[in-house]
Design a protein. Structure first.
Length: 227
């Protein structure tokens, strides 16, 4: 009987099996790396979109935010503004403790040695410190919260400059709004009254204040300061 010749084996060799296992692991690793790369790209893209959105909101808010009114230093030249009362305080003495003032709110006179930092306050501020700020050329804008609505207050704020102004509530003011500078005062009913602007043009940083241009920062922040 003739012998049957050996046939080549169809089973992979041990070497081939190991190579196949290595190839499978490499393919799995590459697939995982591709998945991680896609995830990173999605995360980076989402982050960029978020940053762009935030920047867009900031730019929009800056563009749409109301700009402070702009005035030049007043010369108190005597422009006729209907309703303005004037006084004759020559200067003030630095005193400790409360001061009795003739006007409400005061428009000059003795005052505390520490001036009030200019800005917007949500609570009443001390007369004696605010008067010191008037001495430096600031305008003190007071309003009666019982007579001025939130919308009216917002409208009033658009008329104010960015510096040398104090805005604060004042209980029992006797008038909805009172503008005070050193030796000058104007009582108003409506924040839209054009005399608001006229008063600032005449008395803001007036050269006739006792110490025009002296600091209106770096001293006292009274309670309730918001800006």
């Amino acid at each position: 009987m003739n012998a049957t010749p050996d046939r080549p084996s169809t089973q992979p060799s041990t070497k081939q099996q190991r190579q196949a296992a290595r190839d499978a692991k490499l393919a799995e690793f590459r697939a995982e790396e591709a998945r991680r790369t896609r995830t990173r790209k999605i995360a980076i893209g989402a982050g960029i979109v978020a940053v762009v959105a935030v920047i867009g909101l900031l730019v929009t808010s800056l563009v749409l935010a109301p700009k402070p009114a702009s005035y030049t230093a007043g010369d108190s030249s005597g422009a006729k503004i209907e309703g303005v009362e004037t006084f004759d305080y020559q200067g003030g003495v630095h005193v400790a403790g409360p001061v009795e003032y003739a006007e409400t709110p005061p428009a000059g006179g003795d005052h505390n040695q520490v001036w009030l930092n200019c800005g917007v306050y949500e609570q009443p501020v001390p007369n004696e410190n605010a008067v010191h700020s008037l001495e430096h050329g600031a305008v003190w804008v007071t309003y009666d919260p019982a007579q001025v609505s939130a919308d009216e207050l917002a409208a009033l704020e658009t008329k104010l400059p960015s510096s040398y102004v104090v805005l604060s509530p004042y209980d029992d003011l006797g008038s909805p709004i009172v503008l005070s500078a050193w030796n000058a005062q104007l009582k108003l009913d409506d924040p839209a009254d054009p005399r608001v602007t006229a008063f600032f043009e005449e008395y803001w940083q007036s050269q006739y204040a006792p110490e025009p241009g002296a600091l209106c920062t770096g001293a006292l922040d009274a309670p309730g300061k918001v800006s």
